[in-house]
Structures are given as structure tokens and as C-alpha cells.
Ligand binder design. Structure first.
Ligand SMILES: Cc1cc2nc3c(=O)[nH]c(=O)nc-3n(C[C@H](O)[C@H](O)[C@H](O)COP(=O)(O)OP(=O)(O)OC[C@H]3O[C@@H](n4cnc5c(N)ncnc54)[C@H](O)[C@@H]3O)c2cc1C
Length: 381
């Protein structure tokens, strides 16, 4: 079979991939078991990734970023996801930075982006609340203007990078009467912030290296100049504008994880023997591998097209939603087959496909559930 390479790759990106791949192998992969045991990635890693120049690669260099585009970012997503590294939350970090880039004032961009690019600040997106997940208009965390501050009260749940985040993209209600136009985004630096508390790091089915956490706000005073874009009531509009970017990062990680799992399974079935032959020689194994390889390639082709569209500025909400739901559904099917072909070993956490299987389940839930994706797509049909 012809080896496949994404059409958006070029010589510069190939060199970047080599450097990122080496970094991931030497600086990240050996630490993965510890991150899983400790349920968080340490700050030193964030700083190291920043120092290597691999954070915010698609943010202009005048703000400390890499000056590239989403193809550069994609390389890091791919090289981590295909090795099963699911705890390093560069996705939400990058997404939070893009809100600043796309909607922040010049002063806000200068204030936060360089420190996010260096890894000095670790970003999180704090939208979901116990009573508001899919239905964001139900957000109740309140920000009330008091002089040159907002006073924030409320709580958030399921926040990726929650316990280590030092800057939050916090969605708050600034108008209780208007469900839709009453939302705003505050960029909140959490260090020594009075009234701010990180609750439990939540005990999850998979992604155990990720510090998904609860956050609490009790009379937290946030300077008014942290209001993203400087105008209240723009939160929903800002969220809708940037969600395709988030959904593409989820789909892309899904494809890369499938590629990693299929490659690992193809290797495994050649070695494992039963009934006097390699299990890879059974017709069923060959057919299953043909199926997961086909699904993965179809997913890859679609996600590559989405990447090109994002770079060209033409990726629309519906197409990003299609990529997110279909690829993450397929990811779960592919992971399941890969576990099956590993037999009992596929159920053991020390095997990559086992961890990938458990990690993949949430891909259909976060970033907007797959049902919400279909809801969005159906409106355009
Ligand atoms: C590991 C993990 C990490 C996360 N990271 C973050 C994060 O960093 N930041 C953040 O803000 N949030 C995060 N989330 C939250 C995530 O985005 C929400 O869990 C998700 O949006 C769903 O919301 P919910 O859990 O309240 O489910 P609900 O909204 O209660 O949905 C329950 C079920 O009802 C279905 N449903 C709801 N509305 C409709 C509808 N209109 N039509 C059809 N079906 C519907 C859903 O699809 C789902 O199947 C994370 C969640 C997890 C598990």
C-alpha cells in the first residue's frame, strides 16, 4: 500500500515533525506513567514544551507564538495522540489562547499570549457547570461589576487542566435577564487569587493523566480589564465563532490515536501466536485490520480537508461538527477492534490500546456531545 502523507505537509513541516517526535519520545513519553499515577502533568513539562517552541505554534510571533498556522499545531496533536499521550492538555490551552487572539484587545494579547506561549501560564476553558453542559445558556456563574472589578460567584465542573491552570477562559453571566446575550468571557489569572478554589481532581474512566477538576469562585475580584474584548454580552458570539477550531482539534487527535492504535495492533498480531501460527494470519484478523485501516484512512482524508479549510479560513461550523462526531464515533469502533485483536492483553492498562480505548470514550462527549453536533448539522440540511 502506498504510504499516506497529508497533502498539507511540506519540507518545513517534515522537519518540525521530526523535532516534535523526538521531543515527545524523549521528554514526554517516559513521564506518561507518572502523570497517569499522579493525575496531572507537571509545570516543568509545560515550560519545556514552551521553551522548545511547541506551544501556540499557530499564533503570530509578535505575541510570542510560532508564527505558523494550524498545520504546525497539528503536528504536536498528532505526535502526542498517536502515542496515547492524553493528559497534556495543549488543546484547551491553545483554544483559550485563540479566544484572546481573536477577540482580545491589543493590550490583552500582549499581556497573556507571550506568557502562554512560553508555558509560564497554563490555560483552561471553564464553561461547563453542574447545571449547564450542552445547554450553555444555562450558565449561572455570575460576574457583577463593582467599580473597576467584577465580583465572580459560582462553580465549574469537568475542567481540563483544572488543577494546574494559571489562566482561565471563564464563561460568566453578566446579565441574568438575557439567557443568550447575558454571557461574557473573563480571562482570569488564578495565582494567589482570593476566593478561588480548585476542588477535586475527578476520578475518570480514562484520560487518567489529565487533571479534570471542579473550580469554585466565592466573591472573586477580577479586574474589569480582563473582560475579553472589553464589551459585556459577547460571550455566546465569541464561543460560536471559535468552536469549529476546538472541534477540529478533537477530530484530529481522534484520527492520530486511531493511526497509532492500528499500527500497534498490526505489529502485535504478527508476533502473537495461536494454533501454531501468527494471529495476524487468520482471515478474520486480516479482514478486521483491513476494516480499521480503511476507516482510519477515510477519517484522515476528511480531517486533512478540514485542516486545509481551517488554514484557508473557510472551515464552517457544520463541517467541523461532522468531523467531530463521525471521527470520534469511528475512533471508538476502531479502538474496540484493536483491543479485541489483542485478546486479554488488550484489557491490560500496560498495553497502549487498552489506555487508548478508555481515553477515547470521552471524545464523543466533550467539545459538544455528538448529539449536539448532529443538532447543529441538521439545521443546515
Ligand atoms: C474528561 C472531560 C473533560 C472536559 N473538559 C472540559 C473543559 O475543559 N471545559 C469545559 O467547559 N467543559 C469540559 N467538559 C464538559 C463537557 O463539555 C460536557 O460534559 C459536555 O458538553 C456535555 O455536558 P453534560 O455533561 O452536562 O451533559 P448533558 O448536557 O446533561 O447531556 C446528557 C446527554 O443528553 C444529550 N443531550 C443534551 N442536550 C441535547 C439535545 N438538545 N438534543 C439531543 N441530546 C441532547 C447529550 O448529548 C448527552 O448524551 C469535559 C468533560 C469531560 C468528561
Amino acid at each position: 500500500m502506498n504510504p499516506y502523507e497529508s497533502p498539507w505537509m511540506d519540507d518545513d513541516l517534515r522537519m518540525l515533525r521530526e523535532a516534535v517526535s523526538r521531543f515527545v519520545e524523549t521528554e514526554m513519553l517516559p513521564q506518561e506513567p507518572r502523570w497517569r499515577a499522579e493525575h496531572r502533568v507537571d509545570y516543568a513539562t509545560w515550560r519545556a514544551v514552551g521553551e522548545a517552541g511547541f506551544l501556540l505554534m499557530d499564533v503570530p510571533s509578535e505575541y510570542g507564538g510560532g508564527g505558523g498556522d494550524f498545520r504546525h499545531e497539528a503536528v504536536l496533536y498528532e505526535e502526542t495522540a498517536r502515542r496515547g499521550i492524553s493528559g497534556f492538555g495543549q488543546g484547551v490551552h491553545s483554544i483559550a489562547a485563540h479566544y484572546v487572539l481573536n477577540y482580545g484587545s491589543e493590550e490583552q494579547k500582549q499581556r497573556w499570549l507571550p506568557r502562554m506561549a512560553s508555558g509560564e501560564l497554563v490555560g483552561a476553558i471553564a464553561m461547563t457547570e453542574p447545571g449547564a453542559g450542552s445547554d450553555l445558556k444555562g450558565i449561572r456563574t455570575k460576574a457583577v461589576r463593582d467599580g473597576d472589578h467584577y465580583v465572580v460567584n459560582g462553580s465549574k465542573i469537568f475542567i481540563t487542566n483544572g488543577s494546574i491552570a494559571t489562566i482561565l477562559m471563564l464563561v460568566v453571566r453578566t446579565d441574568v435577564a438575557d439567557r443568550k446575550r447575558g454571557l461574557s468571557i473573563l480571562m482570569v489569572e488564578t495565582k494567589d487569587l482570593a476566593g478561588y478554589r480548585v476542588g477535586r481532581v475527578l476520578d475518570k474512566m480514562g484520560m487518567t493523566a489529565q487533571d479534570t477538576a471542579e473550580l469554585f469562585f466565592e466573591d472573586v475580584r477580577v479586574p474589569a480589564d480582563c473582560l475579553l474584548g472589553g464589551e459585556e454580552g459577547k460571550g455566546m458570539h465569541q464561543l460560536m465563532g471559535d468552536l469549529p477550531y476546538e472541534r477540529l482539534t478533537i477530530a484530529l487527535s481522534g484520527v492520530a490515536a486511531m493511526e497509532g492504535a492500528v499500527a500497534e495492533t498490526a505489529r502485535y498480531v504478527k508476533e502473537r501466536k495461536a494454533f501454531g501460527q501468527a494471529i495476524g494470519d487468520f482471515q478474520n484478523t486480516r479482514f478486521k485490520l483491513a476494516e480499521v485501516t480503511t476507516i482510519t484512512r477515510v477519517a484522515r482524508t476528511f480531517v486533512d480537508r478540514c485542516i486545509e479549510q481551517l488554514v484557508a479560513g473557510t472551515l464552517d461550523t457544520e463541517t467541523a461538527a461532522m468531523a467531530k462526531w463521525w471521527i470520534t464515533d469511528m475512533q471508538q469502533q476502531v479502538m474496540d477492534e484493536c483491543v479485541q485483536l489483542h485478546g486479554g492483553y488488550g484489557y491490560m492498562n500496560e498495553y497502549l490500546v487498552c489506555r487508548m480505548f478508555a481515553d477515547s470514550r470521552v471524545q464523543r462527549i466533550y467539545g459538544g456531545t455528538n448529539e449536539i453536533m448532529k443538532e447543529l448539522i441538521s439545521r443546515s440540511v
